[in-house]
Design a protein around this ligand. Sequence first.
Ligand code: AMP
Length: 215
Amino acid sequence: MNIVLLGLPGAGKGTQAARIAENKGLVKINTGDLFRDNIRRETELGLKAKPYYESGGLVPDEITIGMLLSRLDAPDCGSGCLFDGFPRTLAQAKALDTALNSKAVEIDSVVYIEVPEKELIARISGRRSCRRCGAVYHEVTSPPEQVGVCDRCRGELYQREDDKEEVVRNRLLVNQEQLQQLLAYYRKQGKLEIIDGDRDVESVNRDLMQGLERR
Ligand code: AMP
C-alpha cells in the first residue's frame, strides 16, 4: 500500500504519519526530514537545498525528485510507503506516479488534512524541536517539563529557522498555490479523502484510519 499525506505546514501531518506508518507497517518518507539530515551533514545535496530551505521556499523539483527517487530505490520501500511532505508540486506528483508505476504499484490513497490558516500559524510559530532526537513540542499546547530541554533525551530545544513567523507566512503562501493543483490532480484520479484537521490528534487519527479502511 502507498499513501500520500497532504496538508499545509503545521496541519499535523508528521504526528499522523508516524501513527499510520506504524499501524499499517509502512515506511515513512518525509522529504523535510531528508533535507534536514542532508543539511546537517553538509552533503552536496544539503548545500544545494539549504538556501531554499532556510527562506521557507520550495527546494527545486529536480533536486527534490532526485532525492526522493533514490530513497524509493532502497530495499525497505518494497512493501509500501507513506509519503509525508511529498509531493508538493504537480511535477513531483507526476514523477511519483511514474516511479511507482514502473514498479507495477500505485498510490492507493491520498489524504488531505485540512486546517484553517490562522490555526496553522499559531501551531507552527510555537513549535520547538529537539536538536538531538527530533522530538517536537509546542510552547503552549505541549510544553516540555523544563523550558528549552527535551523530556526524552535532555537535548536542547530550538525553533527551526523556517518555523519563525515571517518565514511561516511565506511557507504557507508558497505551499497554498501548489496544494490546490495537487488536490485537483488527485481528486481527478478519484483518490482524495479530505479530513478535518482542526481537532484533537485522536479524533483526526480516528477519521484518517476509517478513511483508509474504506479504500
Ligand atoms: P517540512 O519539514 O515538510 O515543513 O519541510 C521543510 C522544508 O523542506 C520546506 O519548507 C522546503 O524548503 C523543503 N521541502 C520539504 N519537502 C519538499 C518538497 N516535496 N518539495 C520542495 N521542498 C521541500
